[in-house]
Design a protein around this ligand. Structure first.
Ligand code: GLC
Length: 742
C-alpha cells in the first residue's frame, strides 16, 4: 500500500475514532431540528398511488406537488422499480430530501403467489412459513417495496368473516408462533438488508371478533379475553421486532381502535415498549366521525395523535388539521415529534437516506421475479398446506397406472382463482404463470393415463345444464376428481357471508357424480371453512385445498398421487352449520357441559344439532397412520418456578413416510377464572419413515400454566393440571396429570 494510501486509511480510522459515526437517533434528532412543522406533518401523511386501490379512493391531483414540497412520507400500492423511482425522484426535490416509504399488501407472496395465510397456517410448519415470507420479501423489495402490511395476526373464530383467510386461525398459541415466524421472514435477520421489508402486524386490535362476523363491525369483549386471546399474536410480533403496527377499523368496547389510547399508548408503546410506528388503516382516522366518536376531522386528528397513531393512511386528517391543533394548543408539538422520530428512524434503518433508490434496481428486479427456485418453494409450501379430511378405504393416493381419470368442476381449469384474495398482479410480468389444477394433473400422469374434463357447472348460479355431460364423462372414468368451492374473492376484505355452504349448485353436481357409483375425490377450494355436510358424510375422499397460489396444480397432483403425503392440520374449527358459530375447541366447560350427542337434555347444546363441529381444530389425516405411546413425565408435581418434562413415542405404523404434527394440550382443572377444557401449549412436526419411531419431548413451565386473572395479572395458580398429547384437539392419544404446588 502506498504511503499516501496508508495516510488516508490512518486519517479515516483516526477521525472515526474521535468523531464516531452518529447513531441513528442522533441523525434523526439532527434532521428533526431542521424540519418545519409542515414537513414534520408531511412524514405522517401516506397516500395511495394509482396502481390499484384497497379502499375508497380520494381523487387528488396534487400528490406530485405535495411530494416535491415534502408533505408526503409514504405511498402505498405503487409497484415496480420504474414507478417507485419516479416518485422517489420527486421526493429528492424537496428541501430536506427525505425519502418516501413504499408500502404494499404483500400478504402471501408477491409475483410468486404462495398459499393464502390460513392455508399456510394449516402446515404448522414455522420454518416453511418463515421461508414463504422471506421469498415474498426478496421479490417485493426488488420491485421498489420496503414495507409490507403483513402479517395479519387477527385471531378469528367466525368463518362468516371473510378476512379469516388472511390470518392464522382461532388459536392464540399457534397464531403467536406464526406471527413471530412471518415477521422474521419479512424483515430478515436485520432491517437494512436490501431484500428485507418492514413488517406490519395488523389489525390492532381484535378486528377478528367483529360481531356477527360482519367486516368492520363493532367488537365487544372483556379486557380479560382481549389479553388472553387477541393480544398475544401482536405481542409475539413485537417480540420478533416488528417495525410497524396497523390499527384497526373496529371500535373496541365503544372506542375506535384508531383513537384508542389504551391499545396504542398504554399497551403497545407503554407496557410492551414498541419503538416502531403505528399506521392507521385506510381512512380509519376520518372514519371515527362515522363511528360517532368525534365531531369532525379536526377532532379525529386530535383523537388519533393523542392515542398514539403515528401515520395517517389516506384520510388527510393529519395533513389538514395537525398544525392548527398545535396553534390552538390542543396538542403539544412533542406528540408530532415523537411520531416523526419513529418514522424517520425506520427510514434510516432501511438505508433510504444512504441510497433512496436502493430498492429500485431493475436488474435485481428482473432476476428476483424470475427465480425458478421461488416456484419450487411455493410448491412445497402448497403441498404442506393441503388438509386430507377423509380417505375411506385408502382411495388416495391414486395410482399413476390409472387408465382414465375424469377431472370435473368449475375450478379445474381456473388460473387466477388459485391465487386467492390479496394476490398481486405485478405489472409487466406474466403473472398468469399459475399452474392450473388441470395442468398439474397433466404434468403428473403418464401417456398411459387418459384425462377427461367437464366443467359441470359454474361456481354460482342454478344452471345444471352441464350435469349431463359431467355425468357422462364420469361414467367413462376409473376415478373422478371434483374441484369445487368458492370464488377466490368470496373471502377476503369486505367479503363476509351469512351463508357459508357451497355456492350455486355444486353440491348437486357432487350428488349427480356420486350417483354414478364411481370412486370420487373432492377438492374444496376456499378461503374460509365452508359447510359441506353431505360431502363429509358421502364422499370417500376429501382434500381441503384452500387457495394454493402459483403452484396449486402441481401441489395438488403431488398429493393426489402420493408424491407428497398430506400432513396439514386445521388451524380453525369447521362448523356443521353457520348456526353453530362461534364454535372453537378451547371453550369453557360451563356448568352443564354436553359430553356427547345423547346427553343434551338440560345441557349446553342445541336440541337440533350435534354438539360436534364438522372438523375440529388440529384435525388432518395422512396416507399413513401414527401410534402415540409411552407418555412419560419427569415429575407429578412442580413448583411455580420449576419445570416438568413430558415425552412420548410416535410411531409411523403405516406404509408411507410422512410428517405428523404432535400437539400438546393442557387443562387447568380449577381456576379463579374458569379455564378452557384444553389449550394448545406446544406442538412439534416430525418426519417418520414407515415403521420408524421417534420420541418427542415438551417442557412445561409456569408460562404454559398462566392466565390473566380477574385483576389482569398473569398468574399460574396452584392445583391439578391435565396434560394431553394429541393428533388433534379432539383426538387425544395420551393423557396424564400433575400438580402445581404453591
Ligand atoms: C385495507 C386493509 C388493510 C390494508 C390496507 C392497505 O383496507 O384493511 O389490511 O393493509 O387497507 O391496503
Amino acid at each position: 500500500m502506498s504511503k499516501k494510501s496508508v495516510f488516508i486509511v490512518s486519517f479515516l480510522t483516526f477521525s472515526v475514532s474521535i468523531f464516531p459515526q452518529k447513531s441513528i437517533d442522533q441523525k434523526v434528532d439532527a434532521l428533526l431540528k431542521k424540519m418545519t412543522i409542515e414537513e414534520k406533518i408531511g412524514q405522517m401523511n401516506q397516500y395511495n398511488d394509482d396502481w390499484t386501490s384497497t379502499g375508497p379512493v380520494t381523487v387528488d391531483n396534487e400528490k406530485a406537488a405535495q411530494i416535491r414540497n415534502g408533505q408526503v412520507g409514504s405511498l402505498l400500492n405503487c409497484l415496480g422499480t420504474a414507478r417507485v423511482r419516479s416518485w422517489q425522484k420527486m421526493a429528492m426535490q424537496s428541501r430536506l430530501k427525505i425519502p418516501l416509504l413504499f408500502g404494499q399488501d404483500v400478504i402471501h407472496g408477491f409475483k410468486t403467489t404462495f398459499p393464502i395465510p390460513l392455508a399456510e397456517a394449516a402446515s404448522w410448519d414455522l420454518s416453511a412459513i418463515e421461508l414463504s415470507a422471506r421469498i415474498a420479501a426478496i421479490e417485493a423489495s426488488a420491485s421498489g417495496i420496503n414495507w409490507t402490511f403483513a402479517p395479519m395476526v387477527d385471531i378469528a373464530r367466525d368463518p362468516r368473516w371473510g378476512r379469516v383467510m388472511e390470518g392464522a386461525g382461532e388459536d392464540p398459541y399457534l397464531g403467536s408462533r406464526i406471527a413471530y415466524a412471518r415477521v422474521k421472514g419479512f424483515q430478515g435477520e436485520k432491517l437494512g438488508s436490501v431484500n428485507s421489508l418492514m413488517a406490519c402486524a395488523k389489525h390492532f386490535a381484535a378486528y377478528g371478533a367483529a360481531i356477527g362476523g360482519r367486516d368492520y363491525n363493532s367488537v365487544d369483549m372483556s379486557n380479560r379475553l382481549l389479553w388472553e386471546v387477541y393480544l398475544p399474536p401482536f405481542k409475539a410480533a413485537v417480540d420478533a421486532g416488528v417495525s410497524t403496527i396497523m390499527n384497526s377499523f373496529n371500535d373496541l368496547n365503544g372506542v375506535p381502535a384508531t383513537g384508542n389510547k389504551y391499545l396504542q399508548r398504554d399497551i403497545l408503546k407503554g407496557k410492551w415498549g414498541f419503538d416502531g410506528f403505528v399506521v392507521s388503516d385506510w381512512g380509519s382516522i376520518g372514519e371515527m366521525i362515522n363511528h360517532g366518536n368525534v365531531k369532525d376531522e379536526y377532532e379525529a386528528a386530535l383523537s388519533a395523535i393523542t392515542a398514539g397513531c403515528d401515520m395517517d393512511m389516506e384520510s388527510r386528517c393529519y395533513k389538514n388539521n395537525l398544525e392548527q391543533l398545535v396553534k390552538d394548543k390542543k396538542i403539544d408539538v412533542s406528540l408530532i415529534d415523537d411520531a416523526v422520530r419513529r418514522i424517520l428512524r425506520k427510514k434510516f434503518e432501511l438505508g433510504l437516506f444512504d441510497d433512496p433508490y436502493r430498492f429500485c434496481n431493475a436488474d435485481r428486479e428482473k432476476a428476483a421475479l424470475n427465480d425458478p427456485e421461488h416456484s419450487k418453494i411455493a410448491r412445497q409450501m402448497a403441498e404442506k398446506s393441503i388438509v386430507l379430511l377423509k380417505n375411506e378405504n385408502q382411495l388416495l393416493p391414486l395410482s399413476k397406472e390409472l387408465k382414465t381419470i375424469a377431472f370435473i368442476g368449475p375450478l379445474v381449469k381456473s388460473l387466477k382463482q388459485n391465487k386467492g384474495f390479496w394476490d398481486i398482479d405485478v405489472p409487466n410480468t406474466d403473472s398468469t404463470f399459475i399452474v392450473s389444477q388441470w395442468q398439474g394433473l397433466q404434468n403428473k400422469v403418464g401417456q398411459s393415463t387418459k384425462l377427461l374434463y367437464a366443467k359441470g357447472c359454474e361456481i354460482e348460479g342454478n344452471d345444471q345444464s352441464g350435469f349431463a355431460k359431467a355425468v357422462e364423462t364420469a361414467k367413462q372414468a376409473d376415478v373422478v376428481i371434483l374441484s369445487i368451492g368458492e370464488r377466490r374473492d368470496m373471502s377476503g376484505e369486505a367479503k363476509s357471508r351469512s351463508n357459508i355452504t357451497l355456492p350455486g349448485v355444486q353440491e348437486e353436481l357432487v350428488r349427480a357424480i356420486m350417483a354414478t357409483g364411481k370412486p370420487v375425490v373432492v377438492l374444496i377450494n376456499a378461503g374460509r371453512p365452508l359447510v359441506f355436510n353431505y360431502i363429509t358424510d358421502s364422499v370417500p375422499a376429501i382434500l381441503y385445498t384452500w387457495w394454493l397460489g402459483s403452484e396449486a396444480g402441481n401441489a395438488i397432483a403431488d398429493v393426489l398421487f402420493g408424491d407428497y403425503n398430506p400432513s396439514a392440520k386445521l388451524p380453525i374449527t369447521f362448523p356443521r352449520s353457520v348456526g353453530q358459530i362461534p364454535i372453537y375447541y378451547s371453550h369453557f366447560n360451563t356448568g352443564r357441559p354436553a359430553t356427547n350427542d345423547e346427553d343434551r337434555n338440560y345441557r349446553s347444546a342445541y336440541t337440533d344439532l350435534s354438539i360436534y363441529p364438522n372438523y375440529e381444530f388440529g384435525y388432518g389425516l395422512s396416507y399413513t397412520t401414527y401410534q402415540y405411546s409411552d407418555l412419560k413425565m419427569t415429575a407429578k408435581t412442580m413448583n411455580v418456578n420449576g419445570k416438568i418434562g413430558v415425552s412420548a413415542i410416535i410411531t409411523n405404523t403405516g406404509k408411507y413416510a410422512g410428517e405428523e404434527i404432535v400437539q400438546l394440550y393442557i387443562r387447568d382443572k380449577v381456576g379463579s377464572i374458569v379455564r378452557p377444557v384444553k389449550e394448545l401449549k406446544d406442538f412439534i412436526k416430525i418426519h417418520l419413515n414407515a415403521g420408524e419411531s421417534k420420541t418427542v419431548t415438551f417442557s412445561i413451565d409456569k408460562e404454559k400454566l398462566s392466565f390473566y386473572n380477574q385483576r389482569l395479572e398473569w398468574v399460574a395458580e396452584p392445583g391439578e393440571f391435565d396434560v394431553m398429547i394429541g393428533a388433534s384437539s379432539a383426538d387425544i392419544r395420551l393423557k396424564d396429570s400433575f400438580e402445581l404446588l404453591n
